[in-house]
Write a protein that binds this ligand. Sequence first.
Ligand SMILES: [Mg+2]
Length: 349
Amino acid sequence: MTAPTTASRIRGCLLGGGVGDAMGAPVEFLSLTEIRAAFGPDGLAGYAPAYGRTGAITDDTQMTLFTAEGLLRTQALHEEEGVAHPPSILHRSYLRWLHTQGHPGQGIGDRKDPDGWLITQPVLHHRRSPGNTCLAALRSGRMGSLAERLNDSKGCGGVMRVAPIGLVAAHPLVLGVQAAAITHGHPSGYLAAGAFARIIAGLHAGGGLRESIEETLEVLGGWPDHEETTVAVRAAIDLADNGPPTPDRVEQLGGGWVAEEALAIGVYCALTAPDFRTGILAAVNHSGDSDSTGAITGNLLGALLGEEAIPSPWTDELEAHHLIAQIADDLIAAFVQGASVDSGRYPTW
Ligand SMILES: [Mg+2]
């Protein structure tokens, strides 16, 4: 098998995350017992309806797209001004996401009218069980950072949205941390995000999954308060050495409601996956936060295996898949091909 191209990894990462999110959406709040009662002893084997349709994306994919938008705007501003502060621009992008969640103008600061192309997409203007920490932090009118932590939350809302950072950032671990700290103040909330972005970066560069994880753990070990995240990821690696995934094994890593557990489950399901399909189904058929663990696993496997590894019926039925592919293509144009960023789509305000 030939290695995927860089473009295929980028499209695979974003579309794969969307597919995993959509796969988990109908069972996010169901226990394993309830999943088996509804879908049979093996659980879900494909999309089931959620939010009134099959293939529905949730806040995980929405926020991932706004992360990508922020990165494209950062690049545009850098081209125009020669400087840019990526965390501030990502914060603005997340405020635009907040706008789509029915809080028009909330937290936008000095800007009354959120601008740009992404926010005009009706398909994103749906509430799909957004995380309370993300909503509250963004509505606070303040931008969280390592220096000014807004709360002590380590919910998985920081980690589940940062995959695009791993595809383009020069320092993915640092920017992944900064992006998550905008809303999540607990070290595991932002360090799991930095680690996730760094693992994605390793895959994007053509590295193996195990190798990318080990490299990441080495760098992560230099950060204060890394222990909880390191232990969680190390547990996932050890468990992966013990045979194929089962729901019981996934649940040994926790429920994924908190960031380091969501990352651990994603890492475990990706490490044990013989193919994209098997990995995604393992990532959603458990009692925990199935859409986020599905999204993280899908980002990892898509970046590792490329777009071609995703079953095409799953991509075709995925809500907003044209939009997701468009953002991926914009990242490819701006960061791989060196083209100028479309200022109509990604204005520098
Ligand atoms: Mg969700």
